[in-house]
Write a protein that binds this ligand. Structure first.
Ligand code: C5P
Length: 245
């Protein structure tokens, strides 16, 4: 990925020397729908040097002992809105939008907990924010300049989720199926799918949909140009004292 986190003087000035707010893309969709792939492909196609990718996973709440035991038995509901710290999410996104530095928690899916270290992130020309409930909180929703919903069939999502949870998230087949049928699937229909009404663009099939990704990228370019950015070379040279990526 070309995601670059910048330090020092912010590069988000337009050619007239005015500070410009980053363009925020919210990507919402069911678990294993391909949100991260869509985000990565947008970043690869964007001709913009400063892009920050923020994930909702970073904002899972810290569990108490009882909740931890439930998680170990696949009985804690990680798909319910209550599982997320929306206040921390809102303030973090707000700070990034203002071009300020943030410390973002790093989430570990194997231990169901935050790691002791954090990831330092900086504002950028474009901020991509992805997750299962990115359109759920009204303040967060308002901060998104473009809202994308990734709509991938449930059978494809379940197949991917099984493979991923077993190979990367330390889970077992029976546990993944139990969590899926009791919490992941119901929460999708109850909380996530209804958020589609907020979308500007619905992307069927996720990351494979090159046409949709190209349309999103074109829109971002147009919006950045309207805000006074000059793309690539000219943009890069307009940074005072900034090294070229
Ligand atoms: O990457 P993705 O969007 O699929 O991540 C969200 C999913 O991660 C949720 O559907 C939730 O069930 C799952 N999750 C989990 N264990 C955790 C935290 C989240 O299985 N500790």
């Amino acid at each position: 990925t070309r995601t670059i986190y910048t330090a020092g003087r912010p590069p988000w000035y337009n050619s007239a020397g005015q500070q410009v707010e980053p363009f925020v893309i919210g990507i919402c969709g069911g678990s294993a729908s391909g949100k991260t792939t869509v985000a990565t492909k947008i970043i690869e196609s964007l001709d913009v040097p400063w892009v920050t990718l923020l994930s909702m996973d970073s904002f899972y709440k810290v569990l108490n002992e009882k909740q931890h035991d439930m998680a170990a038995c696949n009985e804690y509901n990680f798909d319910h809105p209550d599982a997320f710290d929306f206040e921390l999410l809102r303030t973090t996104l707000q700070r990034l939008k203002e071009g300020r530095k943030v410390e973002v928690p790093i989430y570990n899916f194997v231990t169901h907990s935050r790691e002791s270290r954090t990831k330092t992130m900086y504002g950028a020309n474009v901020i991509i924010f992805e997750g299962i409930l990115t359109f759920y909180n009204v303040d967060v929703l308002k901060m998104c300049d473009m809202k994308v919903f990734v709509d991938t069939d449930a059978d494809v999502r379940l197949a991917r989720r099984l493979r991923r949870d077993i190979s990367q998230r330390g889970r077992e087949l029976e546990g993944v199926l139990k969590q899926y049928s009791t919490m992941v699937q119901p929460a999708f229909y109850y909380y996530i799918a209804p958020l589609m009404v907020h979308a500007d663009i619905i992307v069927p099939r996720g990351g494979e949909n090159e046409v949709a990704i190209e349309l999103i990228v074109q829109h971002v370019h147009t919006q950045l140009q309207l805000r006074g950015f000059k793309l690539r070379e000219k943009l890069a040279h307009s940074y005072i004292g900034q090294p070229l990526p």
